[in-house]
Design a protein. Structure first.
Length: 255
């Protein structure tokens, strides 16, 4: 069953060998990851608890998150290149909270010079965000985490969202008449590939037209290096679907 309530903050980008400003070597990735984790800690120490490396935590010990430790982790996480060696497919690293019920994690799929790179911070579910952890689900923390991803990784796209916001958007504006299940899914995937995924906070890149006159009254916009951030109110877990639809309309998307 799909989890509708686990909040995620994600930034992603396409990279090519001629791109600049994005780390690709193991040394660069380790240094950037450490700096990013330092920023998360400054935002709220609970964002980076004693994280364990998924698949390598049988001993119950925290992962070594020093630059040297991260370098070793990335060296073990390099994905296989094709025989031609025509591109680097990157590295996949996933850190998890020691308490699996938290579902809190920080994931990196980075260093690729083809395909999509991404950094994803999964926050605790609301029922597990008790005490100090409840601050992790505030607008202040969510906005700061997204900006940290954009700043450290030069991400081109990003959002703070939960599945309950994205699911209602999947089938908007599609005529499914006469389509079987496979063609139905293809139609959804084709349309989604052309759109930004809208959440509580969404980065609108400079090349994407945004009609500010159609934005909902709750929308707050902020210009950043990567484009325009649009936040739908100050309660990330309580966004009205109509406000999401209004933002979609401002982007020229079907509603």
């Amino acid at each position: 069953m799909m989890d509708l309530h686990t909040p995620t903050v994600i930034g992603y980008w396409s990279d090519r060998s001629q791109s600049v400003g994005r780390p690709r070597s193991v040394d660069e990735l380790a240094a950037t990851t450490r700096a990013f984790l330092d920023t998360l800690t400054a935002i709220d120490p609970a964002l980076v608890p004693e994280l364990l490396l998924l698949g390598e935590h049988q001993s119950g010990r925290p992962a070594d998150l020093s630059i040297d430790g991260l370098r070793r982790i990335y060296q073990r996480r390099k994905r296989d290149d094709p025989p031609t060696g025509s591109y680097v497919s990157g590295y996949g690293v996933h850190f998890v909270h020691p308490d699996r019920r938290q579902r809190q994690s920080v994931s990196f799929s980075v260093g690729a010079t083809a395909g999509t790179n991404l950094v994803n911070v999964t926050l605790p579910r609301p029922e597990h965000a008790v005490g100090d952890a409840s601050e992790l689900l505030t607008a202040r923390v969510g906005d700061a985490v997204l900006k940290a991803i954009l700043d450290h990784w030069n991400a081109e796209n990003g959002r703070w969202s939960v599945s309950k916001y994205s699911r209602p958007q999947r089938e908007l504006g599609i005529d499914f008449t006469g389509l079987d299940a496979l063609d139905r899914q293809r139609a959804i995937n084709t349309r989604l590939a052309k759109e930004l995924k809208i959440g509580w906070e969404t980065l609108i890149p400079p090349h994407v037209p945004l009609d500010h006159t159609l934005l909902p009254a709750v929308a707050d916009t902020e210009t950043v290096t990567a484009g325009t951030l649009v936040r739908l109110g100050d309660a990330p877990l309580d966004v009205d679907l109509q406000d999401i639809l209004d933002l979609r309309r401002a982007l020229g998307y079907p509603t």
